[in-house]
Ligand binder design. Structure first.
Ligand code: 3SL
Length: 240
């Protein structure tokens, strides 16, 4: 039973104590979570999520230069000197297979990093929606969902995805004593369940991505259950 599951609205809206010893699902639909799923599904060996560029360079220094790719964005755009940006379409098999990726993004990888004291850290997205719900339904730990959001603020697409996970876990009714965050996410999903893509397309972050030329990323990131795998953080690296 997951009736106590709380939902946090951004990567900075929780304390590290609030995730300690729990199973955490981190969501960043647009686009870090979706890129992580794509890269691992295309054979990347693992992904090291980092909070900033200094940490990324430090990680890179400890790896053989042929074995890793530096990946990430600043304000949605590939960082100068990095191999890849943060569009899932860049994470093709021919590029990422057998490579370790060091990934720095504005919100998603920071949120993941802040969960390092949790018992389990899983990546959830529309791309692996049913799989991640199934995984946590068999897990006895207390659970929380962290929406990465955008610069300490709520993102519609992440809350909607959190609601979709809760809907799969709770069925047609959320318990009366569920935390408010869970009720809000659940209700949002109930309202927009039949129009996920068009709803996400109207979100603030989708507008930002369209202005940068990444419109097709939005459609891709909203595909339900396209990649049924579970990335999990183990010793600082996301793997399947
Ligand atoms: O904030 C993040 O972690 C990114 O996913 C943002 S972007 O979609 O690459 O702009």
């Amino acid at each position: 039973m997951k009736e106590k599951t709380d939902v946090y609205i951004s990567g900075s809206s929780f304390t590290e104590d609030e995730v300690k010893n729990k199973t955490v699902i981190v969501i960043d639909v647009l686009r870090a979570g979706s890129s992580i799923l794509t890269a691992l599904n295309n054979g990347a060996k693992g992904i090291i999520p980092v909070s900033d560029m200094a940490e990324a360079s430090e990680m890179a220094q400890n790896l053989d230069s042929a074995s890793y790719l530096l990946c990430g964005e600043k304000n949605g755009i590939k960082i100068d000197g990095y191999h890849l940006g943060n569009s899932p379409f860049e994470y093709e098999e021919k590029t990422v297979k057998a490579k370790t990726l060091i990934l720095k993004t504005t919100n998603g990888t920071k949120a993941i990093d802040r969960c390092s004291g949790a018992e389990r850290v899983l990546i959830g997205s529309f791309l692996n929606l049913s799989k991640v719900a199934e995984e946590v339904s068999n897990d006895d730990n207390e659970m929380v969902i962290i929406c990465s959001g955008w610069r300490q603020r709520l993102s519609l697409e992440d809350m909607l995805c959190a609601g979709a996970i809760l809907h799969r876990l709770n069925g047609k009714k959320i318990p009366a004593d569920a935390p408010d965050g869970a009720k809000v996410a659940y209700s949002l999903y109930e309202k927009y369940a039949s129009s996920i893509l068009s709803t996400v397309r109207r979100s603030n972050h989708a507008a930002r991505l369209v202005s940068l030329g990444f419109e097709k990323d939005i459609d891709y990131c909203c595909e339900i259950d396209r990649i049924p795998i579970i990335p999990e953080l183990k010793d600082g690296m996301l793997k399947i």
